[in-house]
Design a protein around this ligand. Structure first.
Ligand SMILES: Cc1cc2nc3c(=O)[nH]c(=O)nc-3n(C[C@H](O)[C@H](O)[C@H](O)COP(=O)(O)OP(=O)(O)OC[C@H]3O[C@@H](n4cnc5c(N)ncnc54)[C@H](O)[C@@H]3O)c2cc1C
Length: 279
């Protein structure tokens, strides 16, 4: 389909983008365009104006920030995948970026767009949630930092409000005692996850002492598998803990899978992810 008509402005700085967004409550940010342009073509999104932030190169970076790494919102998936700092200190993020779509998608799509889009089927939100990352949002009122647990608020909804920009994602560096895994089941290569599981496991002599587990496409937002985490903390094996993976989740039934199959996938993938993180 052909999109509804819209105005188009190129932002020259973060301040310019905020001014353009503030001047028009129906304007939308355009980053890599790999989620927004399909939505425009389907006319499920009909903004009055697109504010293109794609040339704001000062929002594309990965920096060492002490105990954390800071990732600029405009960092493209391919750059996240290949970044040496991420590969050394938080490889679950670079590895998962390499599982997003195909090379074309990864060279245009951005980490900020993937998170701000709020799609429960996207891969990186589960990783960001399992890592207890922090997200920096700027708007006319200044800058605020939002915990990942408070960022994903509904289907295609996040804490980024009208007139605001997501500018940075802060993730912890993982130490040697921390294992990780992101597994996704998809029907076709290079596709969104039917279900995905992110696991961050703190281990001692091959045994998990605690785990953070988040699920992709098991509800309206990415969500923490709290019952799995409690079971791991209580000393359950990966198989015993993974049996709780679908508790509290509300997976959809659609053309890709029934809710029952998604619940089954969550249990199977959670056990495998915990095992992989412990290895
Ligand atoms: C064929 C195909 C396959 C794909 N496969 C996968 C997959 O396997 N896994 C996966 O996770 N994703 C997949 N995607 C989605 C891809 O990762 C997108 O690039 C990503 O979801 C959106 O990033 P973007 O930079 O393209 O954002 P855009 O499409 O430009 O924007 C998306 C939304 O976020 C908003 N936005 C963007 N940046 C900001 C910001 N900095 N601050 C505030 N709001 C912002 C926009 O206004 C818009 O509402 C696929 C896409 C395609 C086309």
């Amino acid at each position: 389909m052909i999109p509804a008509s819209f105005d188009y402005e190129v932002a020259e700085s973060v301040e310019h983008a905020l001014a353009l967004l503030g001047a028009d409550p129906d304007a939308k940010v355009l980053a890599g365009g790999h989620s927004l342009v399909p939505a425009l073509k389907l006319r499920v999104s009909r903004p009055s104006k697109l504010v293109d932030i794609g040339r704001l190169s000062d929002l594309a970076y990965v920096r060492d920030a002490g105990s954390q790494l800071a990732i600029g919102a405009l960092t493209r998936h391919a750059a996240v995948q290949g970044d040496p700092l991420l590969q050394e200190h938080c490889p679950i993020v670079s590895s998962t970026a390499g599982k997003v779509g195909d090379p074309q998608v990864r060279h245009r799509g951005t980490i900020g767009g993937s998170l701000a889009h709020g799609d429960p089927a996207s891969d990186l939100p589960a990783v960001i949630l399992a890592l207890d990352a922090e997200l920096v949002i700027v708007g006319a009122g200044g800058e605020r930092t939002v915990a990942a647990a408070d960022f994903f608020t509904g289907v295609f909804q996040t804490a980024v409000g009208p007139g605001e920009l997501l500018t940075e994602i802060r993730i912890p560096k993982l130490g040697d005692a921390t294992g990780w895994s992101y597994l996704k089941y998809h029907r076709r290569a290079q596709d969104w996850a039917t279900v995905g599981v992110a696991a961050i496991v703190h281990r001692d002599n091959g045994t998990a002492t605690s785990a953070s587990v988040a699920l992709t496409n098991m509800g309206g937002t990415t969500l923490r598998a709290a019952s799995v985490e409690a079971a791991v903390a209580a000393g359950s094996s990966p198989a015993e803990a993974a049996a709780h993976a679908a508790e509290g989740a509300e997976p959809a039934s659609d053309t890709a899978a029934s809710a029952e199959f998604r619940a089954h996938l969550a249990r199977v993938l959670t056990e495998r992810a915990l095992m992989e993180a412990l290895a």
